[in-house]
Each structure stands twice: as C-alpha cells, then as structure tokens.
Write a protein that binds this ligand. Structure first.
Ligand code: GLU
Length: 380
C-alpha cells in the first residue's frame, strides 16, 4: 500500500479547527510547530505542500471572548475576520521559522465552481508553488453567507487538491479513520484501513456526527473522498491531534487510505466532476444508463424526469431509474426547455422548441460518469 507520504509529489493537507484552536487558550502553537516540521520535511524532499487551514471562526471567538454561544451570521463573519488574521500570522511565523515562505489564499464558493474563476485561482496557486511558497488556504468566511459557501473545509480541500492536480489529500481529523459505524456510538465498529471505492454501503457507515468545533463530520469527508478519488487524488484520513501528525502516517499510525480511481477524469472534466452543488437533476431510463456507461451522450429521449431550475451550461446530476447518481454533466438546455423535450426523439425536438437545437441533453464531452464498482475490504 502506497501510504508513505514520500511517494507523493503534491500533497494537500486539511487541518480541522479543533486541532489548531483550544477554546480557552487559543492557538495550539506547539502542535502547529510540529506539523510545520512535517511540512518542511516533505518540501525539502521535493514535494509541493498546500495547506487548507480551518480555525478562523474558532480562533476569533476565543480572541473576542465570545464563549460557546451560537453566533449570528454577522458575528461569525466578524469572528472570522479577527481569527483569520491571527491564524495566517501564526502559519507565516511557523513556516518562516523553518525557512519556508507562505501565501494566504481566501476563496469563496464561486472561485472553484465558476470555470473562469477556477482557472484564475489555479493560476495564482500554481504561481505560489512555483515560487516555493506554501499556499495557506481557507474559505473567506468574512464575506461568505449561509447560502453561498462551502461550509466545511473537507470539500473545499478536495476541490483545491483536484484543481491543483495533487496526488494526495490528507484530512487531519479528530478521528483516526473510517469505521463501519461511528465508534463513539457503536463500540463494535470495525476500522477500515483501505477503501477502494466510496460505495453507498461505505457512505452508510459515516453517520452524521461532527465535533463541537468542526463543521464536517465523516459525511463531508466521504464527499471530499469522492471528489478526490474520481480525479485521481488519493485520500488519507488520520488523527491530527498527536504531534507530527504527518510523519505519524509514515510511522504506520492508524489511517484510512482511499484509493484513487484507476481511470481518473482529467482537466476540464475534473472541474465538472467535483462541482459541489448541481443546479438540477435528470432522472433517466435504463437504456440511457447503458448509453452513458458506454461513453455516449445523454439524449432527451432517455430523460424521464427533470428537477431544479437550471440554465444551459449549469451542472446537473444524472440519476438512474432507482435514483442513484450515475453521472454529472453540463446541461445543454435551460430547465424549461429540458422539461418540454424530455422523452422526445431527436427528430421531434425542433418542432416542440421551434428552433433547430442540439441533439444531446448532456454531451459526452461535458459529462463524467461516476466510478464503476470495485470490491471493498474490511478489517475485522
Ligand atoms: N472555514 C472555517 C474556519 O476557518 C472552518 C470550516 C470547517 O470547520 O470545516 O473557521
């Protein structure tokens, strides 16, 4: 198993808030210094390291003395503003102590979901890496609103990792890996060392639990895993709270390894496959499922149901007759037209729409089929 971090050339490391911030004492400097030692070891061996660091809101809360009470949106935005400046300063100090430069990158959802902005963010981050500066990335929580945000840094980190062509994503967490059930609730839960593919059965193991400080539980980690592995990025979930948590992986400490797809999507399709919020859903018939699996476009004739209000060019999820997502793609019609032509043969479309239109509802060039089934291993 290629779990050793030495095997990877570009590594994105996601750090949860609870690892970096203590509610009463603030930033955990000793822990951060130990993590930075690990980062420095990887970069001096030639790897690129990108950091996705949570902790802005938690740190801002502590600095502002806001206690544990629930915060209004504008209060958490203000806490993020206070926390982020301290957080970035701590990263810059600690990385600097090891002779490493760093650059702060704050992103909002549109920076990865809109194609033009995605290319722009990618160019900036690649330039930082070329300049041998460690990108320290977080969501721009100060301007993010409840409706328009990643919300959790697990998926943000997966989006960044795949955007940057990282071959590994490490999620440092408050749990040491994936279990057959949440171990805090079920003592008989068995640890899973390797996941070949994130199946619905694997997803059922996640439960919904999140810790007090972190937004994501195991569910957002598996969502991150799907984004990463589809694009050929391996993922590791391991306990972050010990000192030197990255070198701990190489020492053989417990971690769950998610194997990347053997036939990953590439380039433009990576952007499509990782879209976080499809604008709509198309339910298709069995014939269309077969066509999609053999690499064909989705024709209107195979579409049974259209849901959501989307525009031409938006991402839609394509579901099989039993409701499971089988593909994702950019739709060639607005929702209103898609409803009108669903189920129609190509020859009938122009008459209904009143104009000569494209024959595909989702063209094969704009479409990514979900990963085919592979076996799963469980350690008893
Ligand atoms: N972006 C949030 C912060 O820095 C954290 C999100 C998360 O916990 O996943 O406070």
């Amino acid at each position: 198993m290629t779990q050793s971090l030495q095997n990877y050339r570009r590594i994105t490391v996601k750090i949860g808030s609870a690892l970096l911030v203590d509610r009463s004492t603030g930033l955990k400097r000793e822990w951060l210094a130990s993590l930075v030692d690990d980062v420095e070891a990887l970069t001096s061996a030639g790897a690129d390291v990108l950091v996705v660091s949570s902790g802005a809101i938690a740190l801002g809360r502590t600095i502002l003395g806001l206690g544990k009470r629930a915060l209004k949106l504008e209060e958490s935005q203000a806490a993020a503003a206070v926390g982020q400046i301290a957080l970035a300063g701590a990263w810059s100090d600690e990385l600097g102590r090891k002779g490493l430069k760093s650059g702060q990158v704050l992103v909002t959802l549109g920076d990865t979901e809109e194609r033009r902005r995605y290319l722009n963010a990618r160019a900036t981050i690649s330039t930082l890496l070329k300049m041998r500066a460690v990108p320290v990335i977080n969501e721009n929580d100060t301007v993010a609103t409840t409706e328009i945000r990643y919300g959790d840094n697990d998926r943000l980190a997966a989006r960044v990792a795949t955007m940057m062509g990282a071959d590994l994503l490490v999620l440092l967490s408050d749990i040491d890996g994936l279990y057959t059930a949440p171990p805090a609730l079920d003592p008989s839960a068995a640890f899973i060392p390797v996941v070949d593919r994130i199946t619905p059965e694997i997803e059922a193991m996640a439960g919904g639990a999140a810790s007090e400080l972190s937004r994501g539980g195991m569910r957002t980690k598996l969502d991150a895993g799907k984004i990463a592995t589809t694009a050929g990025t391996a993922m590791v979930i391991t306990l972050g709270s010990r000192l030197n948590p990255l070198s701990a992986i190489d020492r053989g400490e417990r971690a769950t390894f998610f194997r990347p797809s053997a036939s990953p999507v590439k380039g433009y399709k990576t952007w499509i496959a990782g879209q976080l919020e499809p604008a709509g859903r198309l339910v298709v018939d069995a014939g269309a499922v077969g066509a999609l699996l053999s690499g064909k476009s989705l024709l209107p004739a195979g579409v049974k149901q259209v849901a959501g209000s989307f525009s031409r060019g938006d991402t839609v999820a394509i579901l099989g007759p039993e409701g499971r997502e089988i593909a994702r793609g950019l739709v060639a019609y607005d929702a209103a037209d898609a409803v009108r032509i669903a189920g129609l043969k190509t020859a009938e479309i122009a008459t209904v729409l009143g104009y000569e239109a494209r024959s595909a509802m989702v063209h094969r060039d704009d479409l990514v089929v979900s990963r085919p089934a592979e076996p799963m291993r469980v350690e008893g």
